[in-house]
Write a protein that binds this ligand. Structure first.
Ligand code: MSP
Length: 475
């Protein structure tokens, strides 16, 4: 079985914040689940950067840097941030790379030959924040883009258009045949009714762009950033659609970009006669203390700040456990800190330390007879991962931590060992079995703590040395 996972490619006009990290960590966690299940070589994980947009040009100007230098520095920043927080991608694609430019031109030619691209005049309202044209009806009462709170630019220019309007029925057929094409269900319903309301052709080139991929049929035009960006999913996969991974693709995206991924992208693929993507999962957004995260509010949180203070595993599991994957939710520094203290340091860390210290003390580290892990327990966890219910899988992990801590407090094996060593051994056997189960789940949920848990659990015969898994942080 093969699995191909992707994240959106991120705009390089800014540095990564925890919203971006949330998406990338969720994908990395799903990837770790599948790597463990079907083998590392059967999973391909792609991420990267989206560089050919007007906002990048504007950002480079603001930074007073030549565009190439700016792009190289920013792409490196994204890549190393992901590496620092423990993301294990198989490839990182940049839309300024040759392999990408070549693929965009190839797909453009295919769609052009099909007769799905034509030249026309366009008058419209362009928002550089969204990198898309907006309709009058999309604007707020002030005539501003509701998301970016800025007036869009009025643009009149010659553009090339893609005949999206021809693909409504065939898109609906995809939704009909493949129930899981877009998840969660609520997003699917939204997009299906959007398609049913009638699709318009879209502009896919810009005459005025200072930067980007030149149209192979007209040197004056640059490919529109979204038409270009979506193709990363093919250019970043060796041999693109010919790679067997392609037929097992899953795009993880934020809910803000579903129309691009679930209407335009599959229509582009249909036109280029490439089989459509298998699955798209659109997750929700989180606010910070109830407010939208934004530079102007000064509440942008860097994933690196959290990982430096609490560690990569805390960042991962803390973000992913805030709300169910697919829903919206909130982040607050106080809740995060509380989660670290009570669930990680006080919960998992304390449990491992206590059990191993006790076994080392009362049984001289010799493991009592091994109890095997119930298949049902693992299956529950796997089932949640297969449904991408990441938060529920984390909750399940902590329910095992809680039940082990309760057992420890109830049975008090340190007292029992003095009066009935056989009874104490039975309690330790159950506790060690729970620790083993938690360690198996931690390989996915707490990948940097996992090797330390293994060391503490020791080998078949004996436990290892006890130590503290989650250090106390400074106030
Ligand atoms: N470049 C495009 C994507 C092209 S994919 C072919 C883009 N980039 S982005 O950097 O603006 O955002 C990428 C993704 O970051 C969003 O889709 C979303 O997944 C994630 N998030 C950005 N802010 C977020 C939150 N506040 N909360 C959760 N996710 C957020 O769009």
């Amino acid at each position: 079985m093969k699995k191909y996972f992707t994240t959106p490619i991120y705009y390089v006009n800014d540095i990564p914040h925890i919203g971006h990290a949330y998406c990338t960590l969720a994908t990395d966690t799903l990837v770790r689940y599948w790597r463990k299940k079907v083998g590392k070589e059967n999973v391909f994980f792609l991420t990267g950067t989206d560089e050919n947009s007007q906002k990048t040009v504007d950002a480079a100007k603001l930074a007073q840097k030549p565009i190439d230098q700016y792009l190289n520095e920013m792409a490196k920043n994204w890549r190393t941030t992901w590496e620092q927080i423990g993301i294990e991608f198989d490839d990182f694609v940049r839309t300024t790379e040759k392999r990408h430019v070549k693929k965009v031109q190839e797909i453009f030619q295919k769609i052009y030959k099909k007769g799905d691209i034509y030249k026309g005049k366009y008058t419209g309202l362009y928002c550089t924040g969204c990198e898309t044209f907006l309709k009058e009806s999309d604007l707020d009462l002030n005539g501003h883009c509701p998301q970016h709170k800025k007036p869009p630019q009025k643009i009149e220019e010659e553009n090339y258009f893609f005949r999206l309007s021809h693909y409504g029925d065939r898109l609906l057929e995809i939704y009909e045949k493949n129930r899981g094409f877009l998840q969660p269900e609520s997003r699917r319903n939204e997009i299906v009714s959007f398609i049913k309301s009638g699709l318009e052709d879209i502009s896919i080139s810009r005459e005025t762009s200072e930067f980007g991929i030149t149209l192979p049929i007209d040197g004056k035009h640059k490919v529109y950033v979204w038409f270009d960006a979506l193709i990363n999913y093919l250019s970043g996969l060796p041999q693109g659609e010919k790679n067997e991974f392609w037929d097992h693709s899953c795009h993880i995206i934020g809910k803000d970009i579903t129309r691009f991924h679930c209407v335009i992208w599959p229509a582009m693929l249909l036109s280029a006669e490439i089989s459509p993507v298998t699955e798209v999962f659109a997750h929700g957004f989180f606010t910070i203390d109830g407010q939208k995260m934004s530079k102007s509010l000064g509440n942008v949180v860097s994933p690196l700040t959290l990982s430096e203070k609490y560690g990569n595993d805390a960042l991962r599991i803390g973000l992913l456990s805030s709300f169910e994957f697919g829903n919206d939710g909130d982040f607050s520094a106080a809740n995060f800190d509380n989660f670290y203290r009570s669930r990680l340091a006080g919960g998992v860390g304390n449990l491992f330390n206590r059990v191993i210290v006790l076994v080392n003390k009362f049984l001289e580290g010799k493991k009592p007879k091994k109890l095997s892990i119930e298949n049902d327990e693992l299956r529950n966890f796997e089932q949640l991962f297969e449904e991408k219910k990441i938060k529920s899988a984390i909750d399940y992990f902590f329910s095992v931590v809680d039940s082990a801590n309760e057992l420890l407090n109830k049975e008090e094996p340190w007292k029992l060992a003095k009066v009935d060593i056989e009874a104490a051994k039975n309690v330790f056997a159950i506790l060690l079995q729970k620790l083993e189960f938690l360690t198996q789940m931690a390989e996915i949920l707490l990948p940097e703590t996992y090797p330390e848990m293994r060391i503490m659990l020791g080998d078949e015969e004996c436990t290892g040395e006890a130590h503290i898994l989650f250090q106390k942080t400074d106030e």
